[in-house]
Design a protein around this ligand. Structure first.
Ligand code: KIV
Length: 284
C-alpha cells in the first residue's frame, strides 16, 4: 500500500476533508495511528518531553530522533511520516541542514521533515526542497525557541507579533514547504493565514479555521501528566486505566492469584518426577 504524499496533502486544501496529524515515537503507537486512518504521523521532538523525560525539546539529538523515526516507520503503511528536525540540526549551516534532513529520509525511512521558523529559515527550506526533501514548516509558538518568545504562551496577539507570524508563514510557503504547522496563535490570525496561503495549515492551539489539526498523542490520550495545555482535548485517560492495571497485577501476584492454570503450561511431569526421585536418592 502506497503512503500519502505531499501532493495528496496539498490537494486536500481544496478537496477536503480536513487533514489529521498525530505524533508517534514507537512502532506500536505508529501502527495504531496508521490503522485509524490518520493522514500524517509526526515523529515530533516532543519526544524529548513526553517519552525521554527532558524539561524541553532543546536537548533532543539527531541520533535520538532517527532511532525513534526508524521504529515508527516500521509500523506505518499508509500515513505520511514526518521527522521533526531537532534544535541545532538545521541552524548551523545550509549544508549541515541538508545532510541532517537527508538522514531522516535515507536512514529512517521518513517521507518529509518539519522544522521551526519563518523568514529566518526560508533559505534552509529552499535548499532542502531543492535537494528533493519535502518540508513542513512550523510558525507561531516554536517550542525549540520558546524561552526567547516569553515561554509556552499564545503568540501573535499584538500588531507586531501578528504581522511577524503572517510574514513568516508566507516566507515558508514561498520557500517551497508543502504545508505548515501554526502553533498557539489566535483563531482569527490562523484564519487569515489559512485563506492567504495555498498550502494547508495544520493547527495546534490555532482554532478551527486551519486546514487540519495536530495533537501530541500523549496529551490527547492522557499519557502525559506533567501539564495539559488549554488547546488539548483529552479523548481517553489512559494513565488512569494503566495505573489501575498495574495495581491489579500487584494485588493478584501478592494474593497468589496470578498466574493461574490458565496462564501456565502443563507437561513434563514425568521428567520432573524422575529428577525429584534422583534428587531424593542423592540425599539418602
Ligand atoms: O514536536 C511536536 O510534537 C510538534 C507538534 C507540537 C506540532 O512539533
Amino acid at each position: 500500500m502506497a503512503r500519502i504524499t505531499p501532493v495528496d496533502i496539498r490537494q486536500r486544501k481544496t478537496t477536503g476533508p480536513k487533514l489529521t496529524m498525530l505524533t508517534a515515537y514507537d512502532f506500536s503507537f505508529a501502527q495504531l495511528i496508521d490503522q485509524s486512518g490518520i493522514d500524517m504521523i509526526l515523529v515530533g521532538d516532543s519526544l524529548g518531553m513526553v517519552v525521554l523525560g527532558y524539561d524541553s525539546t532543546v536537548p533532543v539529538t539527531m541520533e535520538e530522533m532517527l532511532h525513534h523515526c526508524k521504529a515508527v516507520n516500521r509500523g506505518v503503511k499508509s500515513a505520511m511520516v514526518i521527522g521533526d528536525m531537532p534544535f541545532m540540526s538545521y541552524q548551523v549551516s545550509e549544508e549541515e541542514a541538508v545532510r541532517n534532513a537527508g538522514r531522516f529520509l535515507k536512514e529512517a525511512g521518513c517521507d518529509a521533515v518539519k522544522l521551526e521558523g519563518g523568514v529566518n529559515v526560508a533559505n534552509v527550506i529552499e535548499k532542502l526542497v531543492a535537494a528533493g526533501i519535502p518540508v513542513m514548516g512550523h510558525v507561531g509558538l516554536t517550542p525549540q525557541t520558546a524561552s526567547s518568545l516569553g515561554g509556552f504562551k499564545v503568540q501573535g496577539k499584538d500588531m507586531d507579533a501578528a504581522k511577524r507570524i503572517y510574514h513568516d508563514a508566507i516566507a515558508v510557503e514561498k520557500a517551497g514547504a508543502f504545508s505548515i504547522v501554526l502553533e498557539c496563535v489566535p483563531t482569527e490570525l490562523a484564519g487569515l493565514i489559512t485563506e492567504t496561503l495555498s498550502i494547508p495549515t495544520i493547527g495546534i492551539g490555532a482554532g478551527p479555521k486551519c486546514d487540519g489539526q495536530v495533537l501530541v498523542t500523549h496529551d490527547m490520550i492522557g499519557l502525559f501528566e506533567k501539564f495539559t495545555p488549554k488547546f488539548v482535548k483529552q479523548y481517553v485517560n489512559l494513565s488512569a486505566q494503566i495505573k489501575d492495571g498495574f495495581a491489579a497485577f500487584k494485588q493478584d501476584v501478592e494474593a497468589g492469584e496470578f498466574p493461574s492454570n490458565k496462564e501456565s503450561f502443563s507437561g513434563g511431569e514425568e521428567a520432573v518426577l524422575a529428577i525429584r526421585s534422583a534428587k531424593n536418592c542423592a540425599k539418602t
